[in-house]
Design a protein around this ligand. Sequence first.
Ligand code: ASP
Length: 435
Amino acid sequence: MKNLALHWKIIIGMTLGVVFGLLAITIGWDQFTSDWIKPFGTIFINLLKLIAVPLVFASLIKGVASLSDISKLSRIGSKTIALYLTSTVIAVTIGLLIVNTIQPGKYFSEEKRIEFKEKFATKTEAKMEAAAQVNDQGPLQFMVDIVPQNFLNAATDNSNMLQVIFFAILFGMAMIMLPDEKTVYVKGFFDGVNDVILQIVDMIMTMAPYGVFALLASLMVDFSDGDIRNVLELFSALGLYSLAVIIGLLTMIFVVYPIILRLFTKMNYFDFFKGILPAQMLAFSTSSSAATLPVTMERCEDHLGVSEEISSFVLPLGATINMDGTSLYQAVAAVFIAQAFGIDLDLTQQLTIVLTATLASIGAAAVPGAGLVMLVIVLGAVGMDPEGVALIFAVDRILDMLRTVVNVTGDATVATVIASSEGQLRPVSEKDLMS
Ligand code: ASP
C-alpha cells in the first residue's frame, strides 16, 4: 500500500466504501454507519474546508506580488474569464444537443410525474425559497458582493471566496507598487505561510483514502433510506435523464477538454488526467469544488507543472465561477422537465437557457446541491413552473457528484491553458505523475 500512487489508494478507498455501504444496507448497519463511519468523512471535508481560505489568501498574495507589473494581472484575468465563459457556453450547448436528441422527458410517465411532485414537494419548496432570495437582488448586486466590508468577516465563511480573492489581489497589487525594501518581510512571511499550508494539504491528503471510504459508505446508506431497492427504482424512472446528463459530462471530460488542451498546450491528455485524478475523485466524493480546491491547486502545481502564480489566481476563481458540469446539467434538466410536462421549448427559449444556465452556474456556490437551487431560476427564465425540479430531485445527489468532477476538471484545464500561454507550464516528469 505504501508505494501505491495516491489515486490508486483513493480508488481502493472509494470501492471499499461503496462495498461497505451496500453491506451495511443489506445487514442493517445503517445506524452504525451514521454513528461511527460518517463522522470521519465529515472530519475529512472539514479539514479541506479549513485550509481553503488561508491557502487561497497566502498563495494569491504570493502569486500577485511576484508578477512583474499589474498589466500582466489584467491580461491573465481577461484570458481566464474569456476561457471560463467559452467552456461554459460549450457545455450548455452540448447539454442542449444531447437532451434534444435523446428526449428523456417524453418517456417520463404522467403517474411518475404526479408521484415525484408530491413526494419531493417540501424539498422543492426549500430550494425555491433559496432561489427567491437570489432572484430578488438587483443587477449589480454581484459586484457589491465581491467587495467585503470587513476582511475577517469574509474569511469566516468559505462561500465568500470571491471576497477573499478580492482582498488578496488588492494586497498583492499594493505590494507590487511599493519599493522592494518595504515589502521584503511581508513577502517572506506569506511565502513561508504558503509553504506551511501546502505541507498541511499534503498531510490531509494522506487521510484521503479513509475520508472517501467514510464519505461513500455513509452516502450509500443515506441515499437508499435503508433499502437498496429504493436506489434501483429511482434510477429506472430517471434512467434516460441521468444518461443524458452523464453522456454530456463524459463528452466534456473525454472530448472537449482534450481538444482544448491539444489546441492550446503541449500537455499530453493522459498525463493531465493522471495528474488531476486525485482531485477528480475528491470532487466525486465531496460534491464540492470548494472543498476540493486545495487539492486541485496542489495537483495543478506539483503534478501538472502549472506555476503557482497562475494556479493561485485561476483555480480559486474557477471554483467559484466556472462550473461547466453544473451548467450542462441545468440545460439538460430544464429541457427534460419541459418535455415531461409536454412543453415544446422553441429556439429563443433554448437560447435563453444557454444564457441563464451560464449565469446560474457562475452564481452557484461550490457546495453540494447548489446547482439545483439555480435551476429554479433557469426554469423561471423560460416561463416554466419551478416546482418542476421535484421531478429530478431523486437522482440529484449522484449527478451532483459527477458534475462536480467536470467542474473541477474544467478549472484545471483552463489553468493549464493559461499557464501554457504565459510560458509558465513546466514539463511534467514521470515522478510528478507517480505520486
Ligand atoms: N456541487 C457543485 C460544485 O461544488 C455545484 C452544483 O452543481 O451543485 O461544483
